[in-house]
Write a protein of this length. Structure first.
Length: 197
């Protein structure tokens, strides 16, 4: 590896998909137990007799949304693991051409668009980068977005739909190297650190 290239391995990136898979399996199992259990309970107490009409009768069917959500999480996990295994790039790479890596390292709308197009990796040329922003954890205790590097593109609004959000957690120990490398490729005024001191 030369000074013209910085390659960073994302250790344990696949754990992200195992968590998603287990969450999906949990929702699927709990949802099926709730659906079948409630249907069986209402059936045994005679709620589904011909002469009865009640809102309770639709409860088991409403609970079907839980296992459906679990199945969607499982599908998403398997699809994303497949995309990661298909990617030629398994690490975050900074080189003469730009920044590249597997979409597993991204969050946000641009990532979703790449996933829908079945593109397993991303590439951001240096000449289209407007800002490289180091963002901390944001949000409340109940919902927060992870820390990330926000890469905004020139001639865009720099918002959620046009920016790349690269997860920082995998590269905390090499963050200064990243900032030093990026600082040699774009103007220092465009490297913005929003972390609290």
């Amino acid at each position: 590896m030369s000074s013209r290239e910085l390659v960073l391995n994302a250790a344990n990136i696949e754990k992200k998909y195992f968590k998603l898979l287990w969450s999906g399996l949990l929702f699927l199992a709990i949802g099926l137990v709730c659906c079948i259990g409630s249907f069986y309970y209402f059936y045994t107490i005679g709620e589904y007799d011909e002469d009865k009409q009640s809102l309770k009768q639709i409860l088991p069917f409403l609970l079907c949304f839980i296992p459906v959500y679990g199945a969607q999480l499982i599908k998403k996990s398997l699809r994303e693991r497949k995309l990661l295994s298909c990617s030629d790039i398994k690490e975050l790479r900074f080189d003469e051409a730009g920044i590249s890596g597997p979409i597993a390292l991204l969050e946000g709308r641009v990532r979703d668009n790449l996933r829908e197009l079945n593109k397993p990796s991303f590439h951001i040329p240096w000449d289209i980068i407007d800002n490289f922003i180091v963002e901390p954890v944001r949000g409340s205790k109940t919902y927060s977005s992870p820390p990330y590097y926000k890469v905004t593109r020139k001639k865009t609004d720099g918002g959620l739909y046009t920016s790349y959000f690269i997860l920082r957690d995998y590269f905390r120990d090499r963050e200064q190297e990243i900032l030093d490398f990026v600082g040699t490729r774009i103007d220092q005024d465009h490297v913005i650190i929003n972390d609290k001191p």
